[in-house]
Design a protein around this ligand. Structure first.
Ligand SMILES: O=C(CO)COP(=O)(O)O
Length: 150
């Protein structure tokens, strides 16, 4: 695989997602970090509705996770529309949409997007100076990949 770079803007596009047993944790984390409001926030349906209420800040909501929201966020990562993923997934509960969860985590890895799956990592991420700076992110060179296939 050949790689190229994408410029990540100063104002990040941050996706916030939590499974039901982790929603309260994510809400408390988001409320404790008002700096999030310097960025554009996205979320899956139920997570987004709860966060919007708690933060009193607009959140662009996708479908609910089990109905395709995880896949929508994954598609946005692949097309360069999301720069950071905060995904508090539940390690104790099997989900009907486990394949979607795995696919979202995989595609974030493919496109070298930073992912926080727990509060500690989210704290490290949000306190990184890079969250308020532009950043050159290494990504797969799609043109090169395609030219080798067709
Ligand atoms: O299921 C989810 C992530 O896999 C989250 O979806 P909701 O935010 O709609 O609950």
């Amino acid at each position: 695989m050949k790689y190229t770079h994408a410029e990540v803007p100063t104002k990040k596009r941050i996706a916030l997602v939590a499974h039901d047993n982790k929603k309260q944790e994510l809400i408390e984390w988001a409320c404790a970090h008002p700096l999030l409001k310097n960025h554009t926030l996205f979320a899956t349906g139920s997570t987004g509705t709860l966060l919007e209420r708690a933060l009193d800040y607009p959140i662009e909501k996708f479908l609910s996770g089990p109905l395709g929201g995880d896949q929508q966020i994954g598609a946005n990562i692949a097309t360069g529309g999301i720069d950071v993923l905060i995904f508090f997934w539940d390690p104790f509960e099997p989900m009907p949409h486990d394949p979607d969860v795995k696919a979202l985590l995989r595609i974030a890895s493919v496109w070298n997007v930073p992912v926080a799956c727990n509060v500690t990592t989210a704290n490290y991420l949000i306190s990184s100076p890079l969250i308020n700076e532009s950043y050159s992110r290494e990504i797969p060179d799609y043109q090169n990949y395609m030219s080798g296939r067709v």
